[in-house]
Design a protein around this ligand. Structure first.
Ligand code: NAD
Length: 698
């Protein structure tokens, strides 16, 4: 049963029991209304308490039902709440731990609410591109006051029950229990006390008022508009709360319903819902059972204290895991340590980190020049130079000293992980942990699964990723793994666009308008143009038939490596990140174009966006076919968390589905006709062709 029924003296207790968070799925809604009817029919019952089993009152709607008929099947949440409001016996919500979304709306429909201290209260619907849809926008302002209610609704953030209970005049909670443990006992006493009180109080009957309503809502709307440019839901939240102050309750409810249903049809909601599920799905690896035993990781060693090693170390220090860093020379250790200190001190200066926390973190860090000090490490992460000879020496040394069962990880971005594993006698313990730069900031972690990587190693690092607050995605072994393999095609298209008539600024502007955090040329200036140059040089010998624009090579020959040299596709002023267009670079592009005999043409923003984004899509489809990525949604997670793809578009795969795969494939066929582009690349991946034939989605 998803709702348990029990009678204690004069009180019926309905306990939502749908682990893990008592989501309000259809079965739970049915069981709850059945329980309510049973309590009303029982003459010995004088009051009804609704609570939640386990670790939540209720986390709200069952998101897996969204977009399916089940979400609307009766009794829907509105009907459940109406049934509670129609009860002739008082209904008390006893909320604890988590009371969110539909869970909070359910509680607001009850006659009274008693909360355990520490209960997280929120209406997080806006984070899924929606407004609350079961009365939250109409009842919360009445129960809590307009301003605090709007803050909760428009931010979707959690606030502790005891803080809300301190707001003057609030009627959200009639009582805060002494402790979570005493909540039920106190709720039963409370229920007995109010059993005979009539009329039954209802939140819908309370007023929703603001003394300077018009000015306040105008101000709120302007603020929200500025902050939530590409998302329609936040402004609608303001509209709904305003409606609670101007309309009759039932009219406000009708408007909320209409708005909720309209938002459900927006691409922004679909993108956010997709990402919500995609992020959770990414941590599940199809052939690694969820109950795979994990290896214990109590200490970490990091080889190489450079750019990546230092950033990686900070992740573990932040999570309270001791770290030992190894370098070849004391100076390198000192430099690495100084950078970590500088980063932490900047956080302290900005008041983002307390001095004592900083000291605690630094106390977990030790350094060494000797491999013999690493015998006890549970996990070793190598972040030395990107050179297979250097990696070989490091992994042979690790194999010699590190205890059996320890996990050996490499942060390589381009080298063959299977080869690295073969340098050891324990390839099953070797895995790739591809952090992104700056490693202490970027959320994405590509976990690279070698041919021989053991399942428990994979399960352990996926769980560890959560501990260090990374979003991990599993990738198979290939050149560039998921993210960089795709970005290479994107970069190649960027080059062709310059040759055909664009400027870097035009391409960047089009992509930024599409929503990318940064256009491709600004991004390359940030990452370092020399990195792409090194990859291309390798390609010229290994894959001589691959077509490239040579413009980026010309730029690198001038030493314009990007922000780090103060000059790249753009100029940079020291200490600032603003990209200033450079006339010489534009002239260089024009001269090169002329030398190739190309007459420039005007290229639309639409073509720029399609060529760049669909190049990601085609490469991703190959990646899926080859089994490098387990599922399309993993690729979206990589691009959202690692490459600044716009959240409201849900990642390149979700975007392609939104555009329609038929249209995507048609566009690819068109691009293949362009003699200045790469016809071979634009052959649609067989997976795309198959999906179009089946009317399927990625
Ligand atoms: P880096 O040059 O900043 O740092 C490498 C460090 O390793 C240096 O401090 C060097 O002294 C040390 N080192 C070299 N050989 C060593 C050895 N045998 N034993 C101990 N220490 C040794 O390089 P980085 O940018 O930090 O890159 C490190 C690794 O991370 C590379 O494999 C790189 O491909 C990968 N990576 C880099 C980025 C990035 O954006 N920089 C992103 C992802 C992955």
């Amino acid at each position: 049963m998803t709702t348990d029924y029990a009678v204690q003296g004069p009180v019926a207790v309905l306990t939502l029991n749908n682990p893990p968070v008592n989501g309000m799925g259809l079965a739970t809604r049915v069981a709850l209304t059945d329980g309510l009817a049973r309590a009303l029919a029982d003459e010995t019952v004088k009051a009804i308490v609704i609570t939640g089993a386990g670790k939540a009152f209720s986390g709200g709607a069952d998101i897996t039902e969204f977009g399916s008929p089940k979400a609307f099947a009766e009794p829907n949440l509105l009907s459940v709440i109406l049934a509670i409001e129609a009860s002739t016996k008082p209904v008390i919500a006893a909320v604890h731990t988590v009371c969110m979304g539909g869970g909070l709306e359910l509680a607001l429909g009850c006659n009274y609410r008693i909360a355990a201290p520490g209960c997280n209260v929120a209406l997080p619907e806006v984070k899924l591109g929606l407004v609350p849809g079961a009365g939250g926008t109409q009842r919360l302002p009445r129960a809590l006051g307009v301003e605090p209610a709007l803050n909760l609704i428009v931010s979707g953030e959690q606030v502790k029950s005891e803080l809300l209970a301190m707001l003057p005049g609030q009627q959200l909670f009639q009582k805060i229990a002494a402790s979570p443990e005493t909540l039920m006992a106190e709720a039963l006493v409370f229920a007995a006390e109010v059993a005979d009180v009539r009329p039954l109080p209802q939140v819908r009957k309370l007023p929703s008022r603001h003394p300077q309503g018009d000015a306040y809502f105008q101000f709120a709307r302007n603020m929200v508009k500025g902050m939530a440019k590409n998302f329609p839901a936040p402004v609608k939240c303001v509209d709904m709360v305003e409606a609670s102050t101007k309309n009759k309750f039932d009219d406000g409810m009708a408007l909320e319903r209409e708005t909720f249903l309209n938002l459900m049809w927006t691409p922004e909601h679909r993108a956010l819902r997709h990402l919500f599920l995609a992020e959770r799905a990414a941590s599940k690896v199809p052939d690694v059972p969820v109950d795979t035993p994990l290896r214990d990781i109590k200490s970490v060693a990091i080889i190489g204290a450079g750019t990546m090693g230092g950033g990686i170390a900070m992740n573990f220090l932040n999570a309270g895991v001791p770290v030992k860093m190894l370098e070849m020379k004391q100076e390198a250790l000192d430099r690495g340590l100084a950078t970590i200190r500088k980063n932490y001190e900047a956080q302290v200066a900005k008041k983002k980190l307390k001095q004592d926390k900083y000291e605690q973190r630094m106390a977990l860090l030790s350094t060494t020049l000797s491999y013999d000090d690493l015998t006890d490490a549970d996990l070793v992460i190598e972040a030395v130079f990107e050179d297979i000879g250097v990696k070989e020496a490091v992994f042979k040394e690790l194999d010699r000293v590190v205890k059996p069962g320890a996990i050996l990880a490499s942060n390589t971005s381009t080298l063959d992980l299977n080869k690295i594993a073969s340098f050891t006698q324990r390839p099953q313990d070797v895995v790739g942990l591809h952090f992104f730069s700056p490693a202490n900031v970027m959320k994405l972690l590509e976990v690279v699964r070698g041919e021989k990587t053991a399942k428990d190693v994979l399960a352990t690092v996926m769980s560890l990723a959560k501990k260090i607050k990374k979003t991990a995605v599993v990738s198979g072994v290939c050149d560039g793994f998921i993210g960089n393999r795709m970005i290479e095609q994107y970069g190649r298209q960027g080059g062709f666009l310059l040759d055909e008539g664009c400027t870097p600024a035009q391409v960047d502007k089009a992509m930024e308008k599409f929503g990318m955090a940064m256009g491709p040329f600004r991004m390359s200036d940030l990452a370092g143009n020399d990195i792409g140059w090194a990859i291309r040089k390798r390609r010229y010998t290994e894959q001589p038939d691959m077509k490239y624009s040579k413009t980026a090579d010309l730029l690198c020959e001038k030493g314009r490596f990007g922000q780090k040299t103060g000059a790249g596709w753009y100029d940079y002023v020291p200490g600032k990140r603003d990209a200033i267009p450079n006339a010489e670079v534009v002239k260089m592009i024009e001269d090169h174009r002329a030398a190739l005999g190309i007459t420039p043409r005007k290229i639309s923003d639409e073509e720029i966006v399609q060529r760049l984004v669909f190049s990601l899509v085609n490469e991703a489809a190959h990646i899926l076919e080859e089994g490098i990525a387990n599922k399309a949604s993993d690729i979206d997670v990589v691009y959202i968390f690692g490459y600044g793809f716009p959240v409201y578009r849900g990642g390149p795969m979700n975007y392609a589905n939104e555009v329609g795969l038929f249209n995507v494939v048609q566009a690819m066929k068109r691009f293949a006709q362009n003699p200045l582009d790469d016809a071979k690349f634009w052959q649609p991946a067989p997976l795309l062709v198959k999906l179009v034939a089946e009317s399927g989605n990625l």
